[in-house]
Design a protein around this ligand. Structure first.
Ligand code: G1P
Ligand code: ZN
Length: 542
């Protein structure tokens, strides 16, 4: 097998966002496009003599892209690639493999919760030897390299057979094809009380897990049905499909509506859950009750010691800035640290590596712990199952007793999608302009305490991230956050996050949208969303 050196023209715009490079699939399939980005990764992180993990969420082009990366890894001198059978690995499973084998990082093929298919989205991200997404200096260096490199290296060879588990030689490189599920399932078995959960299922506990035709299907089947004894058929949409069966594999009440309907309908099971395209997100829902992700994080933190892996207690917790402060109250009660970081899982990495936090989460259906360096959908579901099995109470009872102990942080996120990017920028610029004058202003019953843009200094490496979202705080603890998405692939996505704290025991079961109405109204009037974007009704409310 010979190494080909292919000359290319510079390619513009390969700028990785919050979670790697995401583009429409035809863009990724364009001439030299994938190859250019992969060569930039290898040029920046170095490939010679190194070992990488490789796998993806199985979306359209996953298999072809994996073969290209294998050929390029071999041509760039990599010693070994550990690849999931069929080029499949969920994002948390990839993170675990990177750590388990002490590798030099990994390449993950996914556009997460974005739809997949020939006309939908594709993505590629590089994870570091700690198992977490590359930090900004690395992604910036990769971006810089994408625009300047003039050639890439690729092995002239046939495809590697990824259908059978085992070791194959590929040029000078070794390819280890591994079971995508086994090591991950073993890790879960260490962290959670499998006998207690198994006993709960054996006693008739019913669950529905919607894998949304994405990567978690095989993981959930093996763990829930085979190892924990959940009834066959507990996992629905369990077969990963290249187009996710036309579903939008984003586990929230809008995109996982079928699951929500089932959980609120007659004969609802005890517990429902869903995960996204690459398996790092989760939605949790009880019979007749939805668990908001910010509340889920708080409940997991408050009950963590019920799980064997967390029996020693939590070192600390962390949440992204737009996530509600529900977990802050738990941290205060536990007497542990609580960190507020910008949006994006990579900001948790240093805190986890430094042993400052054990659990972390985002309002966007992401929850995780120090067991890997990605958020982990199935992990969160198993943590809930562990808590349910030990407390022997319903999800509704656990949630309501949590609110009566800690008060309730009513919370919602409103997304305005595919907004004209220039208009969205103009709106944010105008809002920025008025921030210094907002403190003390009244909007109906609300009084503004402070307003500004969130900046973050990493307590471990001292790096500073500016302009991480506009934050308007009110004197009663209510809060508005506005930011533009870093993961959208079409125009701009404006995210509006609203929060209101309620301690009155008689006002803990309001409809969140009603409880938040004054804050929502204040946000519209301050940011003048309609005037700038032409939108007053969000596309997605979570
Ligand atoms: C979104 C979420 C964010 C999450 C990211 C990757 O990013 O809001 O919490 O970390 O996806 O899953 P955004 O589009 O808001 O930049
Ligand atoms: Zn994801």
């Amino acid at each position: 097998m010979s190494i080909e050196i292919v000359s290319t023209a510079p390619i513009a715009g390969q700028k990785p966002g919050t979670s790697g490079l995401r583009k429409k699939t035809p863009v990724f399939m364009g001439p030299h496009y994938l190859e250019n980005f992969v060569q930039a990764i290898f040029d920046v992180v170095g490939a010679r003599g190194k070992t990488f993990v490789l796998g993806g969420d199985g979306r359209y082009f996953n298999d072809r892209a994996a073969q290209v990366i294998l050929r390029m890894a071999a041509a760039n001198g990599a010693a070994r690639v550990i690849v999931g059978q069929g080029a499949i690995l969920s994002t948390p499973a990839a993170s675990h493999l990177i750590r388990l084998h002490g590798t030099d990082g990994g390449l993950i093929l996914s556009a997460s919760h974005n739809p997949g298919g020939p006309a939908e989205d594709f993505g590629l991200k590089f994870n570091m030897p700690n198992g977490g997404p590359a930090p900004e200096p690395v992604t910036e260096a990769i971006f810089g390299r994408t625009a300047t490199l003039r050639e890439y290296r690729i092995l002239a060879a046939q495809d590697v057979d990824l259908t059978a588990i085992g070791r194959v030689a590929f040029g000078e490189m070794t390819v280890d094809v591994v079971d995508p599920v086994a090591d991950y399932a073993a890790l879960m078995e260490q962290l959670f009380d499998f006998p207690a959960i198994r006993a709960m299922f054996a006693a008739g506990f019913r669950m529905r897990f919607d894998a949304m035709c994405a990567v978690t299907g095989p993981y959930a089947r093996e763990i829930l049905e085979t190892r924990l004894g959940a009834a066959p058929g507990t996992v629905i949409n369990a077969t990963p499909l290249p187009d996710f069966g036309g579903l939008h594999p984003d586990p929230n009440p809008v995109w996982a509506k079928a699951l929500m309907d089932g959980m609120f309908g007659p004969d609802a099971p005890d517990f429902g859950a869903a995960s996204d395209g690459d398996g790092d997100r989760n939605m949790v829902v009880g019979r007749g009750i939805y668990v908001a992700p910010s509340d889920s994080l708080a409940v997991l933190a408050a009950n963590a010691t019920l799980a064997p892996g967390y029996r020693a207690g939590l070192k600390g917790v962390a949440r992204s800035m737009p996530t509600s402060a529900a977990v802050d109250r738990v941290a205060e009660a536990l007497g542990i640290g609580c960190h507020e970081v910008p949006t994006g899982w990579k900001f948790f990495g240093n805190l986890l590596d430094a042993g400052k936090v054990t659990l972390c989460g985002e309002e966007s259906f992401g929850t995780g712990s120090d067991h890997v360096r990605e958020k982990d959908g199935l992990w969160a579901v198993l943590m809930w199952l562990n808590i349910l099995a030990v407390r022997k109470e319903s999800v509704a009872d656990i949630l309501t007793s949590h609110w009566s102990s800690f008060g309730r942080n009513y919370y919602s996120r409103h997304d305005f999608e595919a907004v004209d990017a220039a208009k969205a920028d103009a709106m944010v610029t105008a809002l920025r302009g008025i921030l210094p004058d907002l403190a003390g202003q009244h909007l109906d019953d609300l009084t503004i305490l402070s307003a500004g843009e969130f900046a973050y200094t990493d307590p471990v490496d001292g790096s500073v991230s500016q302009r991480q979202g506009v934050r308007i705080l009110f004197t009663d603890g209510s809060r508005i956050v506005l930011r533009l998405s870093g993961t959208g692939t079409e125009g701009a996505t404006l995210r509006l996050y609203v929060e209101r704290y309620e301690a009155d025991p008689n006002r803990l079961d309001l409809d969140p949208q009603l409880a938040l109405a004054p804050v929502i109204q204040a946000a519209h009037s301050l940011a003048r969303i309609k005037q700038y974007t032409g939108r007053s009704i969000p596309d997605v409310i979570t």
